[in-house]
Design a protein around this ligand. Sequence first.
Ligand code: ADE
Length: 419
Amino acid sequence: MPDIKDINLAEQGLERINWVEKNMPVLRIIRDRFEKEKPLQDIRIASCLHITTETAILMRTLKAGGSQIKLCASNPLSTQDDVAAALVKYYGLDVYSINGEDNETYYKHIDSVLEFNPHITQDDGCDLVSTIHSKYPEKCNNVIGGSEETTTGVIRLRSMLADNSLKYPIIAVNDAKTKHFFDNRYGTGQSTIDGIIRATDILLAGSTVVIAGYGWCGRGVAMRAKGMGANVIITEVDHLKATEAAMDGFRVMKMIDAALYGDLFITITGDINVIDIPHIEKMKDGAIICNSGHFDVEINLTALNKIAKSRQRVRKFVDEYKLDDKRIYVLAEGRLINLAAANGHPAAVMDMSFANQALTAEYFTKTYRKGERLPVDVMPVPKHIDEYIAKLKLNSMNIQIDQLTEEQKKYLASWSFGT
Ligand code: ADE
């Protein structure tokens, strides 16, 4: 039995799902083919993703391919309850997730999707994969492969691989070019700013925004904040990324120094305690702190709760912490702001991310049906899939590009032409 908030929300969910579908033409093409060819017939997929309108379109595509799916959330705050209801009522899916669920329920829901012994796992952050490995290791034997959506998840999987804990092959969807070039940069860039504005209604123009982390996501957020007139400061631990940030025209400094200047702080590093008490002690009265990284560990809220004189919810998604000399505002309890306070990345980028998910599931199945097994490893999405998705996306945008002439191909393939 599915476990969702309210089935009566289904109609609203369906309306929103139908709206985003227009911006997911690549998945549409894949779904049309899946409907005819049924490449996933009888494949059981356990899926742990943010439950959004875009995820609903992926689920529809996988179902069109003939698979059976159980879906749970990859974050307790990211489920869109109306979408969960629509997936149950109109797509006949087993969904286990309620927005705002506590940690115990979150993991109970992960257990529920693992009940039917999946052939494929789809994960966003590695909680599903770590649960199957630690709690149900015997179920791993049945899994032909798993896919991972996000940077944080891929890092955790590489740690599992390094200490020989990983038991089945994983494809790192995050590392596909058609995923992180677009989803991490333009998706996170836009949706993070969207979440902050929905939560606070602040003006970015003229304000100082401190962004911790200049990976693909951090650059996307920095680019959009700058575009809206903010003075952007970047903090980094990586020399190369810090150099890039400096040459992209941003001020780069240590967090302890940036703490003095920021009106708004955004963490997006994937690491813990990036904003800690010594930083908060230096911040201005009224500073706003939020996180757009996968886990709610980037701001040391445990320590902040200890030193604060009081904490009060002053509006939806905004907690005011009173300290001796100032007030600090924390958004969405330090959980990822773009999915907690806004609707996550727009459909046009999720189109490519989820095309990678759908075609990866097909790739695992085809390999399995040929009687082959992929090695236990954390692997990239096959290049032909990545390139095919880029081509479909460009076509859908009605953009034509040049093709190499025979002469150019020959030139590029030879080493004898020189000065
Ligand atoms: N991750 C970020 N944005 C998302 C979205 N719209 N749907 C699913 N996962 C996401």
